[in-house]
Write a protein that binds this ligand. Sequence first.
Ligand code: NAP
Length: 430
Amino acid sequence: MVRSRPLKVALLGCGVVGSQVARLMTTHADDLAARIGAPVELAGVAVRRPAKVRGDLPPGLVTTDAAGLVGRGDIDVVVELIGGIEPARSLITAAFENGAGVVTANKALLAQDGPTLHAAAAAHGADLYFEASVAGAIPLLRPLRESLAGDTVNRVLGIVNGTTNFILDRMDSTGASYGDALEEATALGYAEADPTADVEGFDAAAKAAILSGIAFHSRVALDDVHREGITEVTAADIASARRMGCTVKLLAICERAQDGRSVTARVHPAMIPLTHPLASVREAYNAVFVEAEAAGQLMFYGPGAGGVPTASAVLGDLVAACRNKIGGGRGPGESAYAALPVGPMGEVVTRYHISLDVSDKPGVLAQVATVFAGQGVSIDTVRQTGKDGEAQLVVVTHRAPDAALVATVEALRRLDSVHGVASIMRVEGE
Ligand code: NAP
């Protein structure tokens, strides 16, 4: 039965995602009411530029006074789609103080201030839902928080940034340089005018912090996430990956240590075998591979961004928050009881693909091998090509701690016979 008093929703932000949330709330109003058990009414929409034409949105709903809208006293759920830290943080906090549930897609804020927001929500018995903050439309956080709540997650390996996946996919499929692929991504609207947050890995690092906190029932701060972007990836790296039967992806990798006593979180480009399910994730799609003790390997795949797909995840959260308002319950809060420490990047066990420019002379290979052995790093394969006294050595190592691999590269740079380290990339997913 649908009750007659509507639930009132304050929408903060009406941009790429917010405009689609407003549209779907209107066009799907009857279905939403039936699924929730009460009609849902858009009580107001806060924006920065009130004069902007916004489709079918009734002009009377639009306001620049977001704080006033949140503080009205009759708002049941606040949907925050402004993004960034302030004023989003103050508005969400005010929403909790006024007893409203909150739905947000704000990964930057959650990665930076998640624990404070969760504590404020709990203190006021309010909901905090944020499915859209990681991997857009893909149902991922709810499966991790709820469906896998009885399992032990050991690893989360994902492509969580569509812009960088588009760029790397273009480099792989067309042989384009990083610059040309970025230009194409910008022209097609996949990359923003300032692509720094995407290409330098900041966006993926925020998602890795959120994912690892949920997966391991611990707190992982943004600063705990090791971050490297894709700006240094060259067409030669991609070609080298191809020769190894691999492709290059920007991965977010959250892992529980083998002894289970710590976790690590990192974002960096890596070669993965073409046979790995993540290798087939093309264009701007996202995919996340979860390894759990009992469930085994799970993969979540779909559109990681875009107004309409992201609005789907926001609306799913809105339905949950509205149902709780009617039923009197509360969605799952923060689960950080395990309090596992976050280990440094040096402790991560990985493999390196190293490309060296060396003198094409007898004994050079032996010198290089001695450097690897000196750091306790064992070599898997070596490939040498060369002419006219110059050669290129491509070395792929076995698994070793990242610190030993970094030390190996430093020692190689000091060898007279090594003229340069052309590229270094980790190899994952085997
Ligand atoms: P957007 O297009 O830039 O929209 C932001 C909206 O917030 C605009 O409507 C803007 O008003 C409004 N706004 C900005 N400052 C404000 C203020 N001080 N007071 C009131 N309103 C203000 O952003 P978006 O792409 O929709 O992203 C929204 C959130 O979703 C972000 O947290 C983002 O990380 C997340 N997200 C986005 C995507 C995606 O594909 N875009 C995917 C997943 C998650 P005006 O319209 O007047 O400028």
